[in-house]
Write a protein that binds this ligand. Structure first.
Ligand code: CDP
Ligand code: MG
Length: 697
């Protein structure tokens, strides 16, 4: 059981999250509506801190091309500002107000909240667009929530984003790769469209650097004003409100298992603390499901007082009904415990939370351009994140935050800020998008934070080898432009385009759709045996991609039955998403002139199409390897087939993998067996030179 400093004792003092001086941090958020019972939605809106700034915001947007708004999470930035803009007439004359979010789930959730507040049906006046899902109606939708990635895509058809009057780039402090790209591009757009208004909203005070970014403009458009006295100089507005103190507690000794500690801490809170919901920050779906299960077991004992716990998971990919539960009011006599990824850190506000349990970790993307491995790894969060997480406890009344790390660690070791995603990602998709937008000098692009040159060079190499860029680093016609149009990893897009030529687009689109969901199998924890047996029913000797086709076929034959999924350890929601995504992809590729055709299960053709995109992901089994060690052809890296693959222990001599994931070893995920001669056929430019270690060019 974790040991916490007890409140009121000598050590440790509740700590000022801000400056570690000791004391209590006051968060600038007002009491939420639920503490007053059922206030009308209109009343709730007026109680939000941002309401007092309504006139100021509208004034600034009128007279400044860029407004930076900083305000604590929950102050009403996301849900209110777009409505103010609409009320002030920014959506008149067929124009649109956009509000971007880095996360899909946040897009859906805030859009439905705003629709509810406005008393309209979602998808009409208030709509949203995420990849593979468009709930807007042209000419009807006035406020549109969308992911930053989707807005970037829209620029390909309409580089100046002419249908928007105001674009609010929300959650800018998260510094997602798409947000960073978008900010650089929007700055360019404003040079051509000075009337376009930008609102950049953020939960933390990075406003100065953001403001400097928009202040430094190329000559001639520095402080220009047009006829309406529109100032190009950005303005900054801070939304303040009254707040509640949050008491910080640290563990005395580092914990060895934060998942178990988190569970224990929730139980401890339930035993010792007064009413109030609990929000727990863990890192990913599998971990969250495990913690939920542990707590649900406790809660299911009707005789124990833990039966008062209502335990809910929160991560992207959650079904709509599960999302609704999260936001609904906690029933009387119950204590809601939401176990979340860092989506609840700033993107979503949960009412009623009084206690926060912070594991100190989140899943973060890291990319190594040398090994070309991009991983989602569990990594320590920054002080800025820790502060945000703690703040979630102070909305209703004075709250408490239990940190599952020591104060010493927090003060001395935790980094102050996170690293922008741009600087720790594979840049292939970003480069292709910029190229498609006509930005040729990518290194000279006006980045908010420059990406590492190695990653940039690697991305150019990959795109060149795929035939997407030519010698002059320009998009090739037609395949480069086609690939850029498909909102998937360029290797997957290349595979789809090759399938058109090879006559297996039906199959390849299914494979692409499956690869776009996290996993079609139910989470394996504790069910390995059953899952392995079931997988054999679908397993194809050719490998995972072909196995996916079998699962998809089975799902369709079952009439898309959830029962069938349950019996076969298949994730029903994932399969529904696969079906939806596939439909969207079919529509999209038809627009690109690709004809849908089936090869009637000719697995050799299917594998050749996969190779057209993934030839650089080939590896060869080490000749005398006892433990299934492979070496990648590109750089002789030691890799292994992941145990979740149907080819695990089968170990064909030559394979091609979809992705590499490193845990204790480098594992190949989603693997197919190939004939090495196909490699030369698929990519003579890549494989003809030096053997056995072919050069890239
Ligand atoms: O964007 P910001 O963090 O400043 O706040 P917001 O997301 O606009 O949230 C303002 C208020 O709306 C909060 O009190 C939320 O709890 C509430 N809200 C809600 O009840 N349900 C949602 N799906 C979204 C927001
Ligand atoms: Mg927000």
């Amino acid at each position: 059981m974790s040991q916490f400093w007890k409140p009121g004792t000598e050590r440790p003092r509740p700590c000022l999250v801000d400056d570690e001086e000791g004391g209590v941090l006051f968060y600038s958020t007002p009491p939420p509506s639920s503490s007053y019972g059922y206030a009308s939605l209109e009343k709730q809106r007026q109680r939000l801190p941002v309401f007092k700034y309504r006139t100021a915001i509208l004034y600034l947007v009128e007279y400044h091309s860029t407004v930076i708004i900083v305000g604590e999470t929950g102050s009403g930035k996301t849900t209110q500002i777009p409505q103010y803009l609409k009320e002030a007439g920014w959506a008149e004359g067929g124009r649109l107000i956009a509000c971007t979010q880095p996360r899909r789930l946040a897009v859906q959730s805030v859009a439905s909240r705003v629709a509810e507040e406005m008393g309209v049906k979602i998808g009409e006046e208030v709509g949203y667009t995420i990849r593979f899902e468009d709930k807007t109606v042209q000419g009807v939708t006035k406020i549109k929530f969308l992911t930053d990635g989707v807005l970037l895509r829209e620029m390909m058809d309409d580089p100046l984003l002419t249908k928007y009057s105001v674009i609010m780039v929300d959650e800018a402090h998260e510094r997602s790769i798409s947000t960073d790209m978008l900010l650089g591009l929007l700055k360019k757009v404003q040079r051509r469209r000075p009337e376009l208004r930008l609102i950049i909203s953020s939960a933390t005070i990075e406003a100065e650097s953001m403001s400097n970014f928009f202040r430094t403009r190329k000559k001639n458009d520095g402080h220009a004003t047009d006829d309406n006295n529109l100032k190009m100089e950005p303005s900054i507005l801070s939304v303040e409100g009254k707040g509640y103190p949050v008491e910080i507690h640290y563990v005395q000794e580092p914990v060895s298992n934060y998942l178990q500690s988190a569970v224990d801490t929730v139980l401890l809170i339930h035993e010792k603390e007064t009413v109030g919901d609990v929000l727990v920050f863990l890192t990913g779906q599998e971990e969250i499901d495990a913690a939920v299960q542990l707590l649900v077991e406790k809660a299911s004992d009707k005789t124990s007082h833990f039966s008062g716990l209502l335990v809910l998971p929160l991560y992207s990919g959650l079904s709509r009904s599960d999302q609704d539960l999260i936001f609904s009011q906690t029933p009387k006599g119950k204590r809601k415990v939401v176990i979340s990824t860092n989506i609840a850190e700033t993107s979503l506000t949960l009412e009623g939370v009084v206690y926060v349990v912070d594991s100190g970790f989140s899943k973060q993307r890291f990319y190594n351009p040398i090994s070309d491995i991009e991983n989602l790894v569990v990594a320590p969060i920054s002080k800025a994140s820790a502060k945000q997480r703690a703040g979630r406890a102070g909305r209703l009344r004075a709250g408490k935050c239990f940190r599952l790390y020591t104060e010493d660690y927090f003060v001395k070791e935790m980094p102050a800020e996170g690293i922008p995603e741009m600087q720790r990602s594979n840049l292939v998709s970003s480069v292709i998008q910029l190229k498609a937008l006509g930005i040729d000098n990518i290194l000279g692009f006006d980045w908010l934070a420059s990406p590492p040159p190695e990653a940039m060079i690697r991305a150019l190499e990959v795109l060149y080898s795929l035939g997407i860029l030519d010698e002059d680093a320009k998009l090739t016609t037609p395949s480069g432009f086609q690939v850029a149009e498909i909102p998937l990893d360029p290797m997957v897009s290349k595979m789809i385009i090759a399938a058109d030529t090879l006559g297996c687009s039906e199959e390849i689109l299914t494979i692409a759709a499956v690869l776009s969901v996290q996993s079609i199998w139910v989470s394996a924890r504790g069910k390995h045996k059953g899952l392995d047996e079931v997988k054999l029913r679908f397993a194809a000797a050719e490998g995972d991609h072909v196995t996916h086709l079998n699962v998809y076929k089975g799902f369709l034959q079952s009439g898309k039955s959830s029962q069938w999924c349950y019996k076969n350890y298949i994730n029903y929601h994932a399969m529904k998403k696969v079906v939806d995504t596939r439909e969207q992809l079919c529509r999209l590729v038809r627009r690109l002139g690709i004809v849908l055709k089936s090869c009637q299960g000719d697995t050799q053709t299917i594998r050749k199409a996969i190779l057209a995109g993934f030839f650089s992901h080939a590896s060869q089994l080490e000749e005398y390897s006892q433990n299934g060690m492979y070496k990648t052809v590109r750089n002789s890296q030691e890799v292994y087939i992941h145990p979740s693959s149907v080819l695990f222990r089968v170990n064909p001599k030559w394979v091609v993998y979809h992705s590499l994931v490193s845990t204790d070893k480098h594992y190949m995920h989603n693997v197919i067996a190939i004939d090495p001669s196909w490699l030369i056929e698929a990519a003579p430019h890549f494989y003809q030179l030096k053997r056995p270690n072919p050069a890239i060019f």
